[in-house]
Design a protein around this ligand. Structure first.
Ligand SMILES: [Fe+2]
Length: 237
């Protein structure tokens, strides 16, 4: 499986705090059947330039790779693809500097909207990323906004636009949200799944647990469809 959303790079944000924790997260992901993982560290345009973020990301990758070379105990780890979780800001669709923050070579970019009712102007601007930056925007963990804003219609709103949707694995794991998650899966209302794992304490890799839950609900065909599309995207370019 592919994990499209994670905070596995050490010291980049509120995710992994050390190469040691990153390795543990990667090993746990691999145990759950993840073979590709996107490192989507938080990017906040009001705090940092994209160029500085990219420099820090490169350093974090170097640090992690050096540690993995030294410590890897023969286990096969997921292949890491670089990306970012880009916090929405007005003007995002004109900001060419964020193009290198895209999800690897997929031509997609993960956008994190603020926690407030989605305005039409914000959605218009996110959609414009298609034309202006030639990247397909993906709304990060839409399930969280449905929960926090108490608005399940967000999935339908995204479906009317050229904005893809990523959901978190926890969507399928919480008793309260699981039935809605299964319904959205059945209806093909999202395209990507991510763990959004941050650490080895309270936000752990959990893609495999979600997959098991989906299978329990006899929706393995829907999961296979999503999964296959994910692999297609990896090899498109
Ligand atoms: Fe995240």
């Amino acid at each position: 499986m592919i994990d499209f959303h994670s905070h596995i790079l050490p010291g980049m944000d509120d995710g992994s705090s050390s190469p040691e924790e990153s390795l543990a997260m990667l090993e746990m992901s691999a145990e759950q059947g993840v073979d590709h993982i996107f490192a989507t560290s938080h990017f906040y345009a009001d705090e940092e330039d994209p160029s500085s973020f990219l420099r820090r990301r490169e350093q974090a990758v170097e640090e992690l790779n050096a540690y993995l070379q030294e410590k890897k105990r023969g286990s096969i780890l997921p292949q890491i693809h670089l990306g970012a979780e880009v916090y929405y800001f007005p003007g995002i669709s004109d900001c060419e500097e964020i193009i290198p923050l895209a999800l690897g070579d997929t031509g997609m970019i993960l956008v994190e909207p603020p926690v407030m009712p989605f305005s039409t102007s914000m959605l218009d601007e996110i959609e414009e990323i298609n034309e202006k930056l030639r990247l397909v925007p993906v709304m990060a963990h839409l399930d969280r906004y449905c929960r926090m804003l108490r608005d399940d219609s967000l999935f339908a709103r995204m479906a009317q636009r050229r904005i893809l949707v990523q959901v978190n694995a926890s969507f399928f794991l919480h008793q309260d949200s699981a039935p809605f998650a299964m319904e959205m899966l059945k209806r093909g209302m999202f395209q990507l799944i991510g763990s959004d794992c941050h650490n080895m304490t309270n936000r752990l890799p959990n893609i495999g647990l979600a997959a098991a839950k989906i299978r329990e609900n006899n929706l393995q065909k829907s999961l296979a469809f999503i999964s296959e599309n994910g692999y297609n995207v990896l090899t498109l370019r």
